[in-house]
Design a binder for this molecule. Structure first.
Ligand code: NAP
Length: 490
């Protein structure tokens, strides 16, 4: 088959039945009554590829009302029935893998191979929670007095809201929606305005799978209005948010008056520590994946690469060769490794980090400054320990190497941040691995690997990286309340 041009790829996606430009509320696809829309751009060309409704407050409230009406019936259904619907939804996602992947590349810009990996990853949460639905187990407690029965039941929390970011537009939603539905909750989802189309496509497939009207709603519109509405709502019992620490902190504060459960998956500033005794090949592979996956636009991206003096020069030489071999191009091309970033502001930020590091004495060993929305994969060595890029998430394909001498110095540097999402370390010494992974302050530690996330593992951070966990049985607990029952007279 001849390779399609970018424009042909765009047309193919736009003519798919999964290309939805309306919100889903109470089982009906709707435009804004005002006719107002928000444009969605193709990051590679900057051209508008579609629009979504700019719903007003009353219309957004309609989704909360629909989820409220749908909740009692959904919560009472047998868990196995909820699981069966999730399994059907999973089957439809798998059947439409290629279309969904192309939709991600279209609205987010990421390389198509990474988009397919995101579909597989996102679908794995639906499969996992389809099975986990029947495992929301209760407990019995040995009573402290005779004639008593003490039990613990788990109940769905109620109406939940999911707010998702643009960097994984499919998987960040399935990671919330699947456990919520498995637990018996109903959901109102608000995707990022830059990448709403993947969420709408997932909702179309959920509808096809047969979820009852009102259980899955997707709304679009001004984030500030929706944020104010859902945080102040008495019936919204939980907000699950993935995005920046700044907005997460605001959501938590704004929800204070209505006391909601919160899950916050926020920003990271992951360190990668490479110790002298690391296997060189493993260290380079870890750095490549931890830094350049998703064009560096990942909350768990290795933001700071600390390399011990004894392995430093060999590591830098081998890493530079791999970085130089990465191909920058159109996300729809099968051999593209790094494609357009989400917008021009993203490239501006990476350029600022690069310029500041070079002004501080760093050397550019691969890549160059970006322009427009394209940022070449780049590598800096000789980066100062206090460079700007050690303090802020770069969120782009720029790898900074910082030299360290002693173990204690590395741990102190790794922890010198208010964030604590992921961290990585490479070593072959069991003692170093055990000590470093214990003393690093983060919710997740990758040891001799840059690929850590999967549906069966608890994903989440400590410190200002957030609260709660997604994936694993802990991810289901986020959508369940504990009810204690004490019965006397037995
Ligand atoms: P963001 O600006 O915080 O936006 C995330 C979501 O919040 C979007 O849907 C956005 O809507 C919405 N939002 C913005 N203001 C809001 C408000 N006042 N009320 C309610 N919702 C509001 O974050 P981003 O720039 O898209 O995402 C990048 C950040 O996410 C990075 O810091 C990254 O580390 C983090 N992230 C964390 C994880 C994790 O699991 N820890 C995973 C992925 C990303 P609009 O798009 O309409 O503005």
């Amino acid at each position: 088959m001849a390779t399609q041009t970018h424009a042909e790829n765009v047309d193919t996606v736009r003519t798919s039945p999964l290309f939805r430009q309306q919100a889903l509320i109470d089982g009906r696809w709707r435009a804004a009554a005002s006719g107002r829309t928000i444009a969605v751009d193709d990051p590679f060309t900057g051209e508008t590829i579609g629009t979504i409704p700019d719903l007003d407050r009353q219309e957004a409230q309609g989704a909360i009302d629909a989820a409220t009406r749908a909740f009692p019936d959904w919560a009472r259904r047998p868990a196995a029935e909820r699981g069966a619907l999730l399994a059907r939804w999973h089957g439809l996602i798998v059947d439409n893998r290629e279309t969904l992947a192309r939709l991600i590349t279209l609205e987010n810009g990421k390389p198509i191979r990474e988009a397919r990996a995101e579909i597989d990853y996102g679908a794995s949460f639906v499969k996992f929670f389809a099975e986990e639905a029947t495992r929301a187990l209760g407990e019995t407690i040995p009573p402290p007095a005779p004639g008593r029965l003490l039990r613990v039941e788990r109940e769905p929390i109620g109406v939940c809201v999911a707010i998702t970011p643009w960097n994984f537009p499919n998987a960040m939603l399935t990671r919330k929606l699947a456990p919520a539905l498995a637990a018996g909750c109903t959901m109102v989802a608000k995707p990022a305005s830059q990448t709403p189309l993947s969420a709408l496509a997932l909702a179309a497939l959920a509808q096809e799978a047969g979820f009852p009207e009102g259980t899955v709603n997707v709304i679009t519109g001004k984030a500030s209005m929706i944020g104010e509405l859902v945080t102040s709502s008495d019936v919204v019992r939980k907000i699950s948010f993935t995005g920046s620490t700044e907005i997460g902190a605001w959501l938590m504060q704004a929800s204070g008056a209505t006391i909601k459960r919160m899950s916050l998956e926020l920003g990271g500033n992951a360190p990668l520590l490479i110790f002298d005794d690391a296997d060189l090949e493993t260290a380079v592979e870890t750095a490549m994946i931890a830094k350049f996956r998703n064009c560096g636009q990942s909350c768990i991206a290795a933001n700071r690469i600390y390399v011990q003096a004894g392995i430093h020069d060999r590591f830098v030489a081998a890493f530079a060769a791999r970085v130089r071999a990465l191909k920058l191009g159109d996300g729809f091309d099968e051999d593209t490794d790094i494609s357009a970033l989400i917008d021009e502001a993203a490239v501006t930020k990476v350029n600022e980090h690069l310029d500041e590091a070079i002004a501080g004495g760093a050397t550019l060993l691969a890549g160059e400054r970006g322009s427009g929305r394209m940022m070449p994969p780049s590598l800096l060595s000789g980066v100062r320990q206090d460079a700007l890029l050690t303090r802020e998430e770069t969120f782009g394909p720029l790898a900074p190497v910082i030299r360290f001498e002693r173990y204690e110095e590395a741990i102190a540097l790794a922890n010198a941040t208010p964030f604590g999402l992921a961290s990585y370390l490479c070593s072959t010494d069991p003692q170093t691995i055990a000590r470093a992974s214990r003393y690093i302050e983060s919710g997740m530690v990758g040891i001799n690997t840059g690929l850590i996330s999967n549906a069966a593992a608890p994903f989440g951070g400590v410190k200002q990286s957030g609260l709660g966990r997604e994936g694993s049985h802990h991810g289901l607990e986020e959508y369940l309340n504990i009810k204690y029952l004490c019965q006397a007279g037995l």
